[in-house]
Design a protein around this ligand. Structure first.
Ligand code: GSH
Length: 411
């Protein structure tokens, strides 16, 4: 398994055969670890018998525990530091800094695109890609925008399976329907003008021009919301109406750094100080949002907007993943009086549940994010995340403006 360098930083480690390890190391690009795939629990590369023989030779049959602990601690700390510095670029105080997306799309470019040749690439564990699947579903763009679903694969990039995606409403890892490539990195590589940087999802592709249109989730969801109404089954649904743009922007400015990216800032912090700051900002923001949702059904009032979509994809992963793996431990979403009901409200909207693949999310984070979970053990789903609970009545209608005085807390 290997990780990209900071410039190619991935939050998914890269899995590789060890044969490329030495060459990669020599180029100073990657740290290489034993091969593993999505469906495997990581196992020691050394057979257990050999491990026992080695330890017996080194220390005799009974290891001095103090020596063992201090040796392993030093080795593990150093390996962790190396891995994290490769995996998660940080500022001088150890705070995670997310690299900027390379391919952006502004609304002045919408009309220059042939909307019938677009193709979406996603991965199911990814919260940024999840945004695009939700907006695609809500707007009814499944026929207009075909999708190829990659899974975290062996060489570190997102990989495609051999199976075709036969049902556009069922989202499972599939083959690359647009270009027939094996990895997303290869697809990025064939874009006009070439590209060898981070191969991230989501990515919107133009099949006619053979080029990456955009790999920034927010640009893509804005485009899906307003740039493809001629093809959408729900053209009247506006997730970013002019009257709410200011509010949406205000929420995004708060939620992106402190919540969406905030959970990563907790999980990838490389100093206590950076972690403490990220946790504090995360939970202060969640408290504020929860308080607001006591009197407002959605972030910007009675209707769902893009700001809600962006918050939702983080919330739905919070209790099963971020609370545990990223040490966002102060509170769970299920403990908040309003956030859990709000999350269920969105989850229960037509076609949203189908975009949430918990198995892919759990495997993606717990088995692939090696430095944070070296044993690769996937924990049991906490209560509050199971199907029936997510379908429990949310009563959020009662906090819409028609009932402004009623403050409902849903636990
Ligand atoms: N700013 C991007 C972030 C996308 C992103 O970081 N995606 C991750 C998966 S959650 C990825 O594909 N990482 C692979 C890599 O960095 O090589 C967006 O919002 O679209």
């Amino acid at each position: 398994m290997m990780y990209c360098t900071s410039s190619l930083c991935s939050h998914f480690p890269i899995f590789s055969t060890t044969s490329s390890a030495t060459a990669a190391k020599a180029k100073g690009r990657c740290v290489v670890y034993p091969r593993m795939s999505m469906n495997q629990t990581p196992q020691s590369p050394i057979p257990k018998k050999l491990l026992t023989t080695i330890t017996n030779l080194l220390w005799g049959p009974s290891l001095p525990p103090g020596l063992l602990i201090s040796t392993v601690r030093t080795a593990w700390n150093s390996a962790w530091q190396i891995m994290m510095s490769q995996l998660a670029p940080s500022d001088s105080s150890g705070g995670y800094t997310r690299p900027a997306s390379k391919f952006r799309l502004s609304n002045s470019q919408y009309s220059r695109r042939n909307p019938t040749t677009l193709h979406l690439y996603v991965g199911l564990p990814c919260p940024w890609a999840h945004r695009t699947l939700i907006v695609r579903a809500l707007k009814g763009l499944e026929d207009a925008i075909p999708v190829s679903i990659a899974a975290p694969g062996q060489d570190g990039s997102w990989e495609f399976q051999n199976t075709p995606n036969t049902d556009k409403y069922i989202l499972v890892p599939s083959k690359d329907e647009a270009n027939g490539r094996k990895t997303l990195k290869e697809v990025y590589g064939i874009t006009r003008g070439g590209y060898s940087g981070r191969a991230t999802v989501p990515m919107l592709w133009d099949s006619e021009r053979k080029e990456v249109v955009c790999n920034e989730s927010y640009d893509i969801i804005e485009f899906f919301n307003s740039g493809l109404n001629g093809l959408a089954q729900n053209p009247d649904l506006d997730l970013s109406p002019n009257s709410l743009k200011g509010k949406i922007e205000e929420w995004n400015q708060l939620i992106y750094p402190n919540v969406n990216n905030g959970v990563y800032r907790c999980g990838f912090a490389q100093s206590q100080e950076a972690y403490d700051r990220a946790v504090d900002e995360l939970f202060t923001t969640l408290d504020k949002i929860d308080n607001h949702l006591g009197t407002s059904r959605f972030l910007c009032g009675d209707t769902i907007t893009l700001a809600d979509v962006c918050l939702f994809t983080t919330l739905i992963r919070f209790d099963p993943v971020y609370n545990v793996l990223f040490k966002c431990t102060k509170k769970k979403v299920v403990e908040y009086p309003n956030l859990h009901g709000y999350m269920r409200d969105i989850y229960q909207m037509p076609k949203v549940a189908e975009t949430c693949n918990f198995s892919a999310i759990m495997d993606g984070y717990y088995k692939i994010l090696f430095p944070l979970n070296p044993g690769g053990i996937r924990p049991t789903m906490p209560s509050g995340c199971e199907g029936e609970i997510l379908y429990a009545a949310h009563n959020r209608e009662s906090v819409s403006s028609v009932n402004k005085n009623t403050q409902v807390y849903v636990s």
